[in-house]
Design a protein around this ligand. Structure first.
Ligand code: ADP
Length: 679
């Protein structure tokens, strides 16, 4: 497996840790926050319930204290009348004023009315005597069955009795306490205390049930006796009982506050069960806080999950970035290894030619170690027989032409040995086009050159050595054919002719090899002498005259005017024209046509040899100038040939800075063109 694969696997491997790191802790935190909410809610609720219960108990005891005070007052009034004396109005007023005053000034501070009703149920005295109370003097209670019932009950039980809530004569809802008076065993009427319900129930109105600062519970309260057909609200106003059958709640002490709706609680006042109806405030902070906690939990949980998600992604990014960097580093390492250990010398210099990198091959090629090379000028290290200037020139040409230089070079090693190398120097530019580096690659080809030289020398020697025997064969065969050595039969003549042809071909081949080895070793003598192309062309045609006549070829010469002499040497000019014309005649059947055109164009002389011969097949066209190549279409028709002529021609023409090309159609003919520069 390659190192690169790890970067692909990383995200997959990360899924499991992702679950462990993100989801599980996320759920745990969520559960924790929910738990805190539940506990918080419970605490809030408990607190609210305690406040509520305390308020109810406190209110109840305040009302009972009022009732107790009032029953003490009615008891003492009864005792006052039962003392045995005839009680006159002044004495009653005096007594009542003290009593009413003491209650009004005492801790319960409640206005009451004290009255005396005689044994015939007529009200006789009332205190304080104000406009309202004046109405009741002389009132006959026999006409009020509700009151009579209480009076009768008090009389028979000889104890204080409280009426149901009733509509008082004074025009207010209220309660009356009757206490029976007995004087020496005789019934003497009733002492009574009258109070308004609103005064009795004032503690409800002033309790924190209504005015709780914390607003745990707010009452829209009213208090009603169970079973009563009236409901009095906390302003003492009479309202109709909407349910009619209010139910006593035995678990009232532990009432769980509902979020909305009414709460009712029974309290006992004046021996009667009263129901306290409360409406808790809708603004219930327990719920509010629960919602707040839930909201905060949600925000925290979201932030937490977001953070985890972010951390998870960031880690993923870091992992993949790290993988990328590692891969890059690995790739770079590979490149470095490859470059370090390449068999060619690779050198990077700055724009001034100072070496900043060199691979190991430097030592092998130049004898300098890479660390010796770094920091030094390339032209000083890679010494040139022509000196540092050579490199300086080379660099400036590369810099201005902005393209790589490839060529053969002769350098001197550290130990002074001269070596031949193929060198390529490439300029490297930055984005703004400024040259920043040169990259040089050098291969020592001294050995190859030596080998080539040895090969050429061998071929040259062999060709040379072969030349003499071949010439000898030719001469001797010619002598035989000429009949110098005695008469020969026709059959022998045919065989000797074949031998002669073959030895001629062999001589051409050997001559060709000799020329090629010379030319490849740059030893071919391109003479400086100026030549007249037209004259050479004529001379070659002369040599070919018998063949032209034999094959009945129509030859046409088109020599242009003012053809200059060219400094290419006779031998070269002959090779060019001989090859073009020989081929044209050789590869054209009888009765064909050959045209030779030589003309001047601008700074060139162009030679064109056109024939109406066999032509060159398309598949052979690309190889026509390669060494020893002969096209299939002519091999049978013209068996003699070397395949060296065009190769030699092209090599020579290009060495002269000229160009050679052709146009051909199989079965139609061929034109070869050669351009030679006029210098
Ligand atoms: P050679 O003629 O000895 O075979 P050359 O190098 O002169 O060798 O030519 C190479 C080949 O190019 C020939 O063998 C032939 O196939 C093809 N060729 C050259 N000139 C012509 C021509 N004028 N017409 C047709 N084919 C030609």
């Amino acid at each position: 497996m390659e190192e690169g694969d790890t970067s692909l696997n990383a995200p997959k491997l990360f899924i499991l840790p992702g679950i462990l790191v993100v989801i599980i802790p996320g759920l745990l935190v969520l559960l924790l926050l929910i738990g805190i909410n539940i506990i918080g809610y419970g605490l809030e609720l408990g607190f609210s319930r305690t406040v509520y219960n305390n308020e109810v108990e406190g209110t109840k005891s305040l009302i009972n204290r009022r009732l107790q005070a009032v029953s003490v007052a009615v008891e003492s009034t009864r005792a006052f009348f039962a003392s045995g004396n005839e009680i006159n109005k002044e004495e009653f007023d005096l007594f009542s004023s003290a009593l009413v005053g003491s209650i009004a000034a005492g801790p319960i501070a409640m206005p009451i009315t004290i009255e005396w009703v005689d044994a015939n149920n007529n009200i006789r005295y009332a205190y304080p005597m104000n406009e309202d109370n004046a109405k009741v003097i002389g009132l006959d209670l026999n006409q009020y069955p509700n009151r009579l019932l209480s009076i009768e009950k008090a009389k028979t039980t000889r104890s204080t009795v409280v009426t149901e809530p009733i509509m008082l004569q004074q025009g207010y809802p209220g309660l009356i306490l009757y206490s029976p008076i007995y004087r020496g065993g005789n019934y003497f009427g009733e002492a009574l205390v009258v109070m308004r319900l609103s005064h009795l129930l004032a503690p409800v109105a002033s309790s924190s049930l209504v005015y709780s600062k914390n607003e745990y519970i707010q009452t829209k309260n009213f208090i009603v006796p169970i079973g009563a057909d009236v409901i009095l609200n906390n302003s003492g106003e009479r309202v109709i009982n909407p349910q009619g059958d209010l139910v006593k709640d035995p678990a009232a002490q532990n009432y769980i506050l509902p979020r909305t709706g009414e709460v009712s609680q029974d309290i006992v006042i004046a021996d009667k069960v009263w129901q306290l109806k409360l409406t808790p405030s809708y603004i219930d902070s327990a719920y509010q806080r629960t919602e707040l906690y839930a909201g905060i939990s949600f925000v925290f949980e979201s932030l937490f999950l977001f953070f985890l998600w972010f951390a998870y992604r960031r880690r993923g990014q870091i992992v993949s970035e790290r993988n990328k960097i590692e891969k890059l580093a690995n790739d770079l390492q590979k490149f470095k290894l490859a470059v370090d250990n390449a068999s060619d010398q690779i050198v990077i210099t700055d724009a001034e030619g100072i070496v900043i990198y060199g691979n190991r091959a430097i030592e092998k090629i130049t004898g300098y170690k890479p660390e010796e090379a770094i920091g030094k000028k390339a032209g000083v290290l890679w010494r040139q027989p022509m000196g540092l200037e050579y490199y300086q020139n080379l660099w400036s040409v590369i810099k201005t032409q902005k393209k790589e230089y490839v060529g053969e070079i002769t350098n001197i090693k550290k130990d002074g040995t001269v070596y031949t190398a193929i060198i390529s120097i490439s300029p490297i530019f930055d984005v703004r086009g400024a040259l920043i580096y040169f990259v040089g690659i050098e291969r020592d080809i001294s050995k190859e050159r030596a080998l080539d030289k040895a090969k050429s020398e061998f071929i040259s020697l062999a060709s040379h050595q072969l030349g003499t025997p071949i010439t000898a064969i030719s001469w001797n065969v010619e002598a035989l054919l000429d009949g110098d050595k005695g008469p020969i039969s026709e059959e022998q003549k045919t065989v000797l002719k074949q031998i002669h042809e073959s030895s001629k071909n062999m001589a051409e081949l050997v001559g060709g090899f000799l020329d090629i080895t010379k030319i490849e070793a740059s030893g071919f003598p391109i003479e400086e002498g100026e030549v007249d192309l037209l004259q050479i062309s004529d001379s070659v045609l002369n040599e070919l005259a018998s063949q032209i006549t034999d094959k009945k070829i129509v030859l046409q010469k088109k020599y242009g005017d003012g053809i200059p002499y060219l400094a290419i040497g006779t031998k070269t000019a002959r090779i060019i024209l001989q090859n073009l014309l020989t081929n044209a005649i050789k590869y054209t059947p009888e009765n064909g046509k050959v045209d030779i055109t030589i003309e001047k164009t601008d700074n060139k002389v162009m030679i064109a040899v056109k024939d109406s011969g066999y032509g060159i097949p398309d598949e052979a066209k690309s190889r026509i100038f390669t060494k020893l190549f002969r096209a299939d279409n002519i091999k049978e028709k013209v068996p003699m040939g070397t395949g060296l002529g065009l190769y030699l021609l092209k090599t020579l023409v290009e060495r002269l800075g000229g160009r050679v090309w052709f146009e051909s159609k199989e079965g139609v003919g061929t034109v070869f063109y050669v351009n030679l520069l006029i210098k």
